[in-house]
Ligand binder design. Sequence first.
Ligand code: FE2
Ligand code: FE2
Length: 434
Amino acid sequence: MATSCSLLSLTSAGALAPAAFCQGVRLRPRAGRQCTPPHANRLHSSGSSFCAAFSLPLSRRDDVTVMSATADGAAPQPRKGAKGHIDETLLTPRFYTTNFDEMERLFNEELNPHLKQEEFVAMLQEMAADYNQRHFVRGAEFRSAAEKLQGATRKFFVEFLERSCTAEFSGFLLFKELGRRLKKTNPVIAEIFTLMSRDEARHAGFLNKALTDFDLSLDLGFLTKNRKYTFFKPKYILYATYLSEKIGYWRYITIYRFLKDHPDRVLYPIFGKFEAWCQDENRHGDFLAAVLKSTPQDLKDWRAKLWSRFFCLTVYVTMYLNDVSRTTFYESIGLNTKQYDMHVIIETNKTAARLFPAVLDVENPKFQAGLDRLCDLNTRLKAAQKSGDPKWLRNLKLVPVVAGIAAEILGLYMMPAVEAGSTDIAPFEPQLMY
Ligand SMILES: [Fe+2]
Ligand SMILES: [Fe+2]
């Protein structure tokens, strides 16, 4: 999940802050923006593993800064020894907020005749079975493996764990709040969200525990209260979280399968947990697909086609840029980063094509060529931002780079789309699926 800088405002599937965290907080709208009630009274965030959305086209988005207050007015501090900040870039997993009243209307059976309640009941039974209840268990081998990782590899492992933890936690926050808010409107849906938040809390907690093997940890409570939240309409949250869960599934399972065939490259035992772990993400994705099918208007017309392609593009671009700039991590476990990413993109795209009315032509070689040019531009962008030039000169140098990035993204978006999609709801199949 989870997912600031300059051009792209890429996010990760969302999260909401539980009510307990909302007490004593002040929401500060970004200059010129209004934080409209009821959102101003509640923390929301979305943010999951790998999903993203560009900032410009979304119609009702408010960036809000959430500030916690202490009794004596002092600046809040993370707990001792834990990290209370995340290096924010455009590609960092974010926390999101949404319109919960609209969500309640969406899940109200009286107002939404498209809800297939029997299907949701079957999904609830599946999640309540809690197959991974005893899965996330650590052994002494975690710490000893971490101690062997040094230098750049160690640095990139820590970054991987931090980013993953943030994204998973973001999902926890969103699902937890949805579970709480929907209890009266639709108890079945509410319970599913609550069980999904259970899974994400487990994932985030396991990753945060892994960070302690590297003598680090994130103060997630502190981040909840002090990190900036971004608003997205429910419809966009649903597109984004669905893709986020599915791409998360393909990322985890691809690494797991590769390392199963190359056991000598398992530098840290967390990868051995990915097979059952990614089934949680797959179940979450299937549920969100069923939710999207409950709003068939969002899957049928020309607008749905444009939004589907838009969200696919933002998610794929975010992942590609992020991973290529951290290629040391993937190479350390024996993966070819670009090959790995393209595999994940192609498989996610195939999965999304079963739901979305249009997807991108990611198997066209021009698609990856465009992604590669974006990586080069991203490298130039970072170099220009880090340069010691005076601000005016730096900004001047950034103009052609930013224009180049915008042109490349537009070019990818305008590539002929692949018609896809179905609004038929397939029978829910609880068995493992790859
Ligand atoms: Fe997760
Ligand atoms: Fe998930």
